[in-house]
Design a protein around this ligand. Structure first.
Ligand code: HEC
Length: 149
């Protein structure tokens, strides 16, 4: 019992520390993206998602995706128009109906510990971690998305 209480106490202290500073793009996500993602989603990649789609083979041959190195670019893969794309690609399989990891999860870190830590930051930033696409997403789902600058 004592042990449980002590563990609970520690857990609430940890939770309080996490809550102390709200996760924003500026204080957390920007740094993770710069470290883990811009090598393929920076200024050498397609300037816009539509331009990537138009010349997909060319960009894939270069090992490049589309730009996500600014707040505006990144949030377009969270809320609209590519609703839930960030969540579907970064999910570790715990929120997906088939239990499969998103194909960008592997890029979140070199170790499982680092991937989980960075995923937790993304989840805290997004708020409502919905994997739904624009056609299925509801107004309530969207209201739960924070993704603060
Ligand atoms: C080694 C290169 C590489 C790295 C590193 C990488 N990506 Fe990607 N990413 C790609 C390529 C190429 C595509 C397009 C092909 C595809 O859809 O899988 C892509 C697609 C995506 C998409 C889907 C966009 C859409 O709607 O079609 C998201 C979201 C994404 N990446 C997020 C990330 C995030 C966040 C990181 C960092 C944690 C990251 N990626 C790291 C190469 C990379």
């Amino acid at each position: 019992m004592k042990k449980t209480l002590a563990a609970f106490g520690l857990a609430s202290i940890a939770a309080a520390t996490v809550n102390a500073q709200e996760v924003t793009w500026s204080n957390s996500i920007k740094g993770i993206v710069e470290k883990q993602c811009v090598i393929c989603h920076g200024s050498d990649s397609a300037a816009e998602y539509q331009l990537f789609k138009k010349d997909k083979e060319k960009w894939l041959a270069k090992g490049q995706g589309m730009r996500m190195d600014s707040y505006s670019h990144l949030v377009s893969f969270v809320g609209w128009p590519n609703s839930g794309a960030m969540m579907r690609r970064l999910d570790d399989g715990k929120s997906s109906s088939d239990g499969k990891q998103g194909n960008m999860y592997q890029h979140l870190g070199a170790t499982e510990e680092e991937r989980q830590q960075n995923l937790a930051q993304f989840k805290a930033w997004v708020g409502n971690w919905t994997l739904k696409r624009w056609a299925e997403i509801t107004r309530d789902d969207l209201s739960g998305i924070k993704a603060k600058y």
